[in-house]
Design a protein around this ligand. Structure first.
Ligand SMILES: [Zn+2]
Length: 281
């Protein structure tokens, strides 16, 4: 049975779905001939929309460990969102439906600062902003902060409305490398998709899982690690990080929690007839 929560030793990971979304394969993966994905349609039907587009999802994961509550990414945010046809995400509804209050979250950590991972950071109030998660410290990878708030990127990245206000609210901390977020919960740098792209390792009582952020979007990429999306900023580095983490997930039998795979995104990487495949839990 599909469950939206996963136990890793004494740690619990809960998945929230902010929104489904679909894009033409050619636009999302311009360097991969669309027919290459056809071979994976049978294996991963939920990643193929009935109209032939790439079906993907925006998820966030909540990690509960030893009294701490860490939210990994904040989705696309409230609507109207132009590229979602004016719709918006429903993260807060999903959280409340699963019994999580906004004030429960003490840490928000970002895998990276793309718009579909930072959307619910702040809400507009009067002429200013307030933090959506009022008790939380928001932890931003330093290299992503430097990149997405540079003069060239600030306007087009959307960070001005979603990330920069956190600084004014005194809720933002920058980090680099491996840091401890809670007991058994640490960041691991996996750059390439963005300069500061980060994954989150959960390790407890001999069990381990990795929340992989945007190391992949379509499950075929666990095998075709050289396939890059249009959003992989530095392709060679993205391929290197993807290959390294997926190799580890397979060889050490870890559980993966993958943003953008069909919900809940929990699975194992296993070998089947010579190919590495994502097997959902
Ligand atoms: Zn993403």
């Amino acid at each position: 049975m599909t469950s939206h929560s996963l136990r890793v030793g004494s740690v619990e990971i809960v998945e929230f779905l902010d929104t489904p979304m679909a894009f033409p394969f050619g636009a999302f993966f311009p360097s991969v001939p669309a027919q290459e994905f056809e071979a994976y349609k049978q294996v991963y039907p939920q990643s193929h929309a009935p109209d032939g587009r790439f079906q993907t999802y925006a998820q966030c994961y909540l990690v509960r460990s030893d009294g701490r509550t860490v939210l990994v990414d904040t989705g696309v945010g409230p609507g109207p969102i132009e590229w979602l046809g004016g719709a918006g995400g429903r993260l807060l509804d999903d959280m409340s439906g699963k019994g999580v209050k906004l004030e429960d979250v003490d840490t928000v950590v970002f895998t990276h600062l793309h718009g579909d991972h930072v959307g619910w950071n702040v809400r507009r109030e009067g002429g200013g902003y307030r933090a959506t998660f009022p008790r939380a410290r928001y932890l931003v990878p330093q290299a992503d902060w430097d990149h997405f708030t540079s003069p060239a990127m600030l306007e087009q990245s959307g960070a001005k409305q979603t990330v920069v206000p956190l600084k004014g609210l005194g809720a933002l901390d920058l980090f680099s490398g491996e840091i401890t977020l809670a007991e058994g919960v640490t960041t691991i740098p996996t750059p390439g998709h963005t300069p500061g792209h980060t994954s989150v390792l959960v390790s407890s009582q001999g069990e381990r899982a990795i929340i992989t952020g945007d190391l992949a979007h379509h499950p075929a990429q666990v095998d075709q690690t050289e396939w890059c999306s249009a959003f992989d900023g530095e392709s060679p580095q993205a391929i290197e990080s993807r290959s390294k983490v997926f190799e580890q997930l397979e060889s050490e039998g870890l559980t993966a929690a993958i943003c953008h795979f069909p919900p809940p995104g929990f699975g194992k990487l296993v070998r089947l007839e010579g190919r590495r495949v994502f097997r959902a839990l």
